[in-house]
Each structure stands twice: as structure tokens, then as C-alpha cells.
Design a protein around this ligand. Structure first.
Ligand code: SAH
Length: 249
């Protein structure tokens, strides 16, 4: 089934308007006609089955036939607080994170973040990241498009993470607590949201680690090898989803 993502504003009553590049794709590439069935989702968790009702000059109108129950959204909400890495690494983390079921991503400017973004760059980057999130959500059949926010400071990230039931903080110098042991103590039925902190390529400073320890975060190590930031985020998201039963059929 062809799937289209529209803004919630394009859904009025039981009519959906598809415009822009999606309209071109629907009309010129797929050559869909009135009566053809499509699926449409609005990015906030709802998906519809719809029939194309009419093809206009620059848009298609579809009529909602049924609401589809989403089976692709994880119950556990993992929010990734990602120390902003250099270059295109953030793109990869977003794409793979969305496929793996991340709920939201905060790029974080930490002490060792080397990237310098002014307000204009920051807005442009965020638009790009959100586009990547939308494309990944479409491709992997999610009905929810995870928000990627504008970069926040480390202190702002701590305030945001304050409301989560658990906060996991990956630290390569942690020698006592490993991820396996920590996740084993998480009650899958009770824990609905997890904040996951991963550092940029330079890692976290000892002061940042100390702050998070004092706030009661679970500081965990991932074994003896140092992983690159993107490897750490992607593998830990997979492990959390596996442990929380989100990779079951
Ligand atoms: N610059 C640091 C490594 C940073 S790796 C150094 O060379 O020592 C980037 C981030 O990935 C880290 O901040 C941490 O959050 C995560 N990470 C990488 N390897 C890890 C490991 N073995 N255990 C826990 N976290 C790890």
C-alpha cells in the first residue's frame, strides 16, 4: 500500500489533501486515480486507509475509509540526548534511531562539542534532521514522526530529562555498572520512558558525568572497547528495544 505523510492541517473531517512533492509522486509517478486506495498518516500516531476521491490541478483529495491501528510504535518511549557530533554523523544517528523506534531526539551541545552553530545554521540543520526523521518514519512504517529539536545546552538537557522514569548515561570509563545489569533492573511493565545520554566524539567531561551521577542517572559502560558516538547510540537503542520486548513479532 502506498503511504503518504500529511500535516494534520491537511485532514479536515473525512477529507485529506495531498499536495507538493507527494502529490507529484502520487499523480505523475504512481499514476494513481480516483478510487485507488492509499494509506495516509499525520505523523502524530494516527494512520488512515483512504480512497482517492479526486485529482485536482496541484493536489489530490482522498476520503478516509478507516483508521488503522498502529502496530509499529514501541510502548517504551526512549528519548535520545545526543552530544552533537561532527559532520554528517547526526544524520545517521537520526535515521537509524527512528528505524529502531526512538521517540524524540535532542541534539546536545556539551563541553566537548566542537561544532559551532549560529541561530541560522541551527534552524537549517534542524529542518534537515526533521526531514530525515520524516523520511525514515515513512520508510519503516512508523505512524509517529519523532521530533528532532533544535540543539539544547547540556544544562537544558538535564532539565528536560528530569521528568523521565529512568535516565541512562553512557560513559566509557564506567567500570562497575554495565548496560545488561542496569536494564535487568528495569521493570518493563512500569518503565514507559527512558532518557538516553550519549556523548559526542570527544566524550563527556568528568564534571558532566559527576552532575548526572548526583542527579541519580544510571551511568553505564558498554564493555572494554570505545565505540564511536554513532555506534554507541545505535547499538544501545537496539539493545533497549530488545530488552523491553520491542523487537518481538
Ligand atoms: N573520546 C572518548 C570516547 C567518546 S565515544 C575517548 O576516546 O575516550 C562517544 C560516546 O559514546 C561517549 O561519550 C559515550 O557516551 C559513548 N561510548 C562509547 N564507548 C563507550 C563504552 N565503551 N561504554 C560506554 N559508553 C561508550
Amino acid at each position: 500500500m502506498h503511504r503518504f505523510l500529511v500535516s494534520p492541517d491537511n485532514i479536515q473531517g473525512n477529507k485529506i489533501t495531498i499536495e507538493g512533492d507527494d502529490f507529484k509522486h502520487l499523480h505523475q509517478v504512481l499514476r494513481l486515480k480516483p478510487g485507488d486506495r492509499i494509506n495516509v498518516f499525520d505523523g502524530s500516531g494516527t494512520e488512515y486507509e483512504a480512497n482517492i476521491f479526486s485529482i485536482e490541478k496541484s493536489s489530490a483529495i482522498a476520503e478516509i475509509k478507516a483508521t488503522v491501528k498502529s502496530e509499529t510504535e514501541p510502548e517504551v518511549r526512549v528519548t535520545l540526548f545526543q552530544g552533537l557530533p561532527k559532520g554528517e554523523k547526526m544524520d545517521l544517528i537520526i535515521q537509524k534511531g527512528v528505524e529502531l523506534g526512538v521517540h524524540r531526539i535532542f541534539p546536545v551541545i556539551t563541553n566537548r562539542t566542537v561544532v559551532k552553530l549560529n541561530k541560522k545554521d541551527s534552524i537549517k540543520k534542524t529542518e534537515r534532521w526533521q526531514r530525515i526523521s520524516r523520511e525514515a518514519a515513512k520508510q519503516c512504517r512508523r505512524t509517529y514522526v519523532p521530533e528532532v529539536t533544535e540543539p539544547v545546552t547540556f544544562d537544558e538537557a538535564l532539565i528536560k530529562a528530569n521528568t523521565f522514569s529512568r535516565a541512562l548515561f553512557l560513559y566509557e570509563n564506567e567500570e562497575k555498572k554495565c548496560l545488561k545489569e542496569t536494564l535487568k533492573c528495569y521493570n518493563i511493565n512500569k518503565i514507559k520512558d527512558i532518557a538516553l545520554f550519549v556523548g559526542p566524539e570527544g566524550g563527556f567531561t568528568s564534571q558532566e558525568v559527576e552532575n548526572c551521577k548526583n542527579l541519580g542517572y544510571n551511568i553505564v559502560g558498554l564493555g572494554k572497547r570505545i565505540l564511536r558516538a554513532e555506534t554507541a547510540s545505535i547499538s544501545v537503542l537496539s539493545i533497549i528495544m530488545y530488552e523491553m520486548g520491542e523487537l518481538n513479532l
